[in-house]
Unconditional design. Structure first.
Length: 224
């Protein structure tokens, strides 16, 4: 009887249904491995549509090792021309218009001034960080069963749609969409429980392995 029970439990474990999020974790890990193996740096245009912070368009340069970022605001007009460089754990930035009078500022990534008008700090910017967040979210999701994942093919890439049917305190969104193209996570969309689009971040015009050096993240090269 005991042997039969052990066999039964083993079979139940062996044939237990895989959590719907597991395949997406594997895809994100594949993207992360690809980026670490093949992508040393890249430039892109990041289009941000944010319910809380408005729409922005940024030209960015990202180098993975050491992690360095250059950002130039392209729109909206009131912010066009703002620049920031993240390097060695610090941001150096300048504003436009009246803000330019302040000159070049040295900021911590999560300081109030650095976070003004932004949902995420500059250290969360980039394709690699998208893959990491998908994996982090998946590790949390595995503890709960209420999750549905669907797949659609779109012009933006293969879209993985994660949906929570019912609002629960442990879930941070109703629907999330992750778009993967050429093994890179290039777009994310988050919807709240009222089906309102909270954020839509798209990386376009991606050019990998530009051969960026320290000069590309030196404020003197941009006239700071």
């Amino acid at each position: 009887m005991l042997i039969s029970l052990i066999i039964c439990l083993s079979c139940t474990t062996l044939f237990a249904e895989e959590h719907p999020y597991i395949p997406l974790i594997k895809i994100a890990q594949d993207s992360l491995d690809y980026i670490d193996r093949e992508v040393r740096d890249y430039s892109a245009v990041l289009i941000k549509k944010d319910a809380a912070y408005g729409n922005q368009e940024l030209f960015i340069k990202v180098r993975h090792n050491p992690y360095s970022v250059y950002v130039k605001f392209l729109s909206p007009n009131r912010e066009a021309g703002k620049e920031a460089v993240f390097k060695d754990g610090q941001i150096r930035a300048h504003g436009v218009g009246v803000q330019r009078i302040l000159g070049t500022l040295n900021l911590r990534p999560t300081s109030p001034l650095a976070m003004a008008g932004q949902r995420y700090p500059i250290t969360d910017l980039g394709l690699r960080r998208i893959a990491e967040r998908v994996i982090e979210t998946g590790d949390r999701e595995k503890s709960y069963s209420e999750c549905v994942v669907n797949i659609e093919n779109t012009d933006s890439g293969t879209c993985y749609i994660i949906e929570h049917p019912e609002p629960r305190k442990q879930f941070f969104f109703h629907v999330a969409k992750i778009f993967v193209k050429d093994n890179l996570p290039v777009r994310t969309q988050i919807f709240d429980w009222n089906k309102v689009l909270v954020e839509d971040y798209t990386y376009t015009e991606i050019k990998i392995n530009q051969g960026f050096t320290d000069k590309d993240f030196d404020t003197r090269e941009y006239g700071f």
